[in-house]
Design a protein around this ligand. Sequence first.
Ligand code: GDP
Ligand code: MG
Length: 680
Amino acid sequence: MNHNIGIGGKKGPESRRKHLNVACIGNPNCGKTTLFNALTGSRLKVANWPGVTVERVEGETSYEDTDITLIDTPGIYSLTCYTIEEKVTRKCAMDDDIDAIINVVDASSLERNLYLTLQLLELGKPVVLALNMMDVVKERGMELDMHRLPEMLGGIPVVPVSAARRTGLDILLHALIHHCEEGMEEYILDYPPEIEDKIGKLTFLMRKNYPSHCSARWHAIKLLEDDEEVRQDHPISVDSLVDRSYEKEIIQSKYAYIEKVVREILFYKGKKAASTDRIDRLLTHPIWGIPVFLLIMCLVFFLTFTVGDVLKGVFETGLDMVSDGAAGLLEGLGVAGWLKSLIVEGIIAGVGGILTFIPNIFILFLALAILEDSGYMARVAYVMDSVMGRVGLSGKAFLPMILGFGCTVPAIMATRALETEHDRRKTMLVTPFMSCSARLPVYVLFSDIFFPEHPAVAAFSMYVIGMAIAILVALVINGLEKGKVNDSLLIELPEYKRPNARTIRIYVWNKLKDYLSKAGTTIFIASIVIWLVLNFGMSGQVKDPADSFGAMLGRVLVPVLAPAGLGMWQIGVALLSGISAKEVVVSSFAVLFGVANANSEAGMAAILENIHKVDPAFGPLNAYCLMLFCLLYIPCVATVATIKKESGSWRFTLGMMAFQLLLAWTVSTVVFQLGSLIVG
Ligand code: GDP
Ligand code: MG
């Protein structure tokens, strides 16, 4: 936590600056992260489902003479603490460090949002209401009484903003700072007299026992709701007062009040906007919803290949220039042959080869971002909820799985949204089968080489097979343990909307940045290591990679991989190095065969020629098995490390790796053997 820079006796104008810690709190999807990004200039991920922001995140902003540390929190519907999100956010809200709260509210659905607001007001901290999504309110022909609303909320500032369009932000900060200076009037929502009486007595007891506490009334109410955590943290003897849980009455009083507020302040002018019910009847249909989703994803892959191919040309020319230029330059400088080879055939081929897939990756992420921001992905999650339940996964498991299409690491972290450790582990086990973006280059390369007629279909089939295997694995586990899960996903379907350009830009850029930084670190190092093991052998530096250490290592794997149609030491090396990051499978082929740009026509022809030199029979079936193996075997080291960290168990992590290896081998072997029968 940042501390007040005015403290410490510093002189000068700076020492007069004030400092506030402010938490952004609100329901999921009300735009907290968008607001946080807009205020602090950060680029946090904005998303439509829980599990994305599961930790508090801080950023800095300032207004006039006040520096503000802003904290983004996971979205919650109430201040109870059943889920991880609720625990994190509640702890943050109650934290003594937090000076004030910006309660972000989706103004287009006040009934739901105000419940949390009423709870936050009871905390006794300064609260400012940021009425977000005002653009949506207008579009739908709704009107809010901006005088009556703050009156009914105990006089707190209520500021209409649109985080996405960045309007009202200055007024919000202004109101926040002045509200903090004025201090908070204790707001009282009247509960039935019997309860008010108890609250009064409990508040008195709280104040007596914990005089420094600011939110005595809130604690009193929570004690009446029989909130376990509050009871444990503040052991005062209340048995005579809290003879039972009064939670139901307290909730009812709040909702009754919210109803009254909404009735008084919300007006519709003209008709309500046209609803999207008819589209939703198809998109969220329990049976049709899934084929429609697959169709849309298929379209995405089609675009990934066609449009990606057009953009690829630009990269190819660039990479050829770099490669030729570097070779010429190094020669001119009289650099030793081995160093030139390391730079041109090792690093440029390894890293550069990966960079040429940027157009494909870009289109994939652009499509995912649009699908997500338009509100469609939430519907897919909704449709999948029942499927998940049937295969014994928690409804919430689908969220990490969808994230897995981007990168498995955040997907594994998102399993935190699941309630039990058992469900979490099951979800971690199946999430790596969702094809992450790192696997895309492998699919693109081998589909383009071996399935030139229908590369998109070949690649798309990997995604479908991955999902099918995830579901099968879940089914088998479920059959084994006969347990049942009924933790279904409570997802609210957001309105469809035009995707926000800034949100999309941030999303896509973050993903590309990850990809680039991986190319600059993991893949860079892996390329050097691969070059080393392929250029040195027992007799020192070797001319023919077949004499290298790498070849020795790869040959050990040949008998194991042969039944799967992958009996080449080069494939052994590529798969081994692919554990560092899946893209490296492509890099290794580039380095192995001395191909400067694996993703170009010439590069692909060279790879094919070299493969056929080793094994003339290596055909589409072998290539398909290679893709299958890449899909299913051990995920990258980063994922393995994350699984270890999140599960806290080496036994689970190692067991999972062994299982994945076995599965990859079995599936590709079965496919190869059956396929050979049919083809041969
Ligand atoms: P969070 O879950 O509260 O962090 O919400 P996000 O910041 O992730 O936003 C959820 C969605 O609402 C995103 O698709 C945003 O683009 C969108 N959004 C945020 N603010 C506004 C707004 O003022 N107007 C509109 N129309 N959409 C918004
Ligand atoms: Mg968020």
